[in-house]
Write a protein that binds this ligand. Structure first.
Ligand code: ADP
Ligand code: AMP
Ligand code: ZN
Length: 219
């Protein structure tokens, strides 16, 4: 028996806008954002064992090992707030993780749709270098494209905005390399399953959001 849920897998280079859109979709649909990057950063901040393990990989811009990451996502998707599905942001990141996700979701109808947010490399760099993140709630801003009302201060909770360590130029270069080598093959993987839908990520935040909402209505 299959109990059908909605699982959205957001694909795109680092900086394409996955986190921004996942948070907006969470508000519109009630499906929770499951961001592996956010979970790792939370553990880093709280100096948990998981955070200590993830740190060296994240500092280099490499992927945290699959066994740890897959276990973490399996646990997260079993939480009660994921009973109707989830918006996955930053997972899967390679073919092994994609296969593990298919196995996890098999009893629930599998991945529903895999939107690919397209963005060229030059704009990607601009997005990443201007990104600022709230230390307390994780909200994402951009110094030019999506500035907070008061510079350096989160609109939502007044938290301090900081630049992620892994948004430094050298780490960004490795993260893009890792993306093209390990994550980009997922485009073919989901295309072959008929789940891939390309979206122009160069549009304004609201336009990308509308495109995603239209897509969710159809899937
Ligand atoms: P990802 O989660 O894919 O790494 P983010 O959602 O963190 O990307 O977005 C990267 C940066 O680009 C952030 O600073 C965000 O505010 C900004 N951004 C996201 N979407 C858009 C957009 N459509 N137009 C302009 N800036 C955007
Ligand atoms: P992100 O917030 O998605 O840009 O992720 C930040 C960093 O967290 C990545 O550069 C990786 O080091 C780690 N990370 C996030 N998601 C994954 C994943 N699915 N698999 C392995 N590492 C991940
Ligand atoms: Zn905040």
């Amino acid at each position: 028996m299959s109990d059908k849920r909605t699982y959205v897998v957001l694909l795109g280079v680092p900086g394409a806008g996955k986190g921004t859109q996942a948070k907006l979709l969470e508000q519109c649909t009630g499906l929770p954002q499951v961001s592996t990057g956010d979970i790792f950063r939370y553990n880093l901040k709280n100096e948990t064992e998981l955070g200590k393990l993830a740190k060296s990989y994240m500092d280099r811009g490499d992927l945290v090992p699959d066994d740890v990451t897959i276990r973490m996502v399996r646990d997260r998707l079993q939480q009660p707030d994921c009973a109707q599905g989830a918006i996955l942001d930053g997972f899967p990141r390679n073919l092994n993780q994609a296969a593990a996700l298919d196995e996890m979701l098999a009893p629930h109808g599998g991945v529903s749709v895999a939107p690919l947010i397209n963005l060229d490399d030059e704009e990607t760099i601009r997005r990443i270098t201007g990104r600022r993140t709230c230390r307390t709630c994780g909200a994402v801003y951009h110094i030019l494209y999506n500035p907070p009302k008061v510079e350096g201060v989160c609109d939502i909770d007044g938290g301090e905005l900081y630049q992620r360590d892994d948004d430094a130029e050298e780490t960004v270069r490795n993260r893009l390399y890792v993306y093209y080598k390990q994550t980009a093959p997922l485009i073919g993987y989901y295309f072959a399953k008929g789940l891939l839908v390309e979206i122009d990520g160069a549009q304004a935040i609201e336009a990308v959001q509308q495109a995603l909402l239209a897509l969710l209505k159809r899937s």
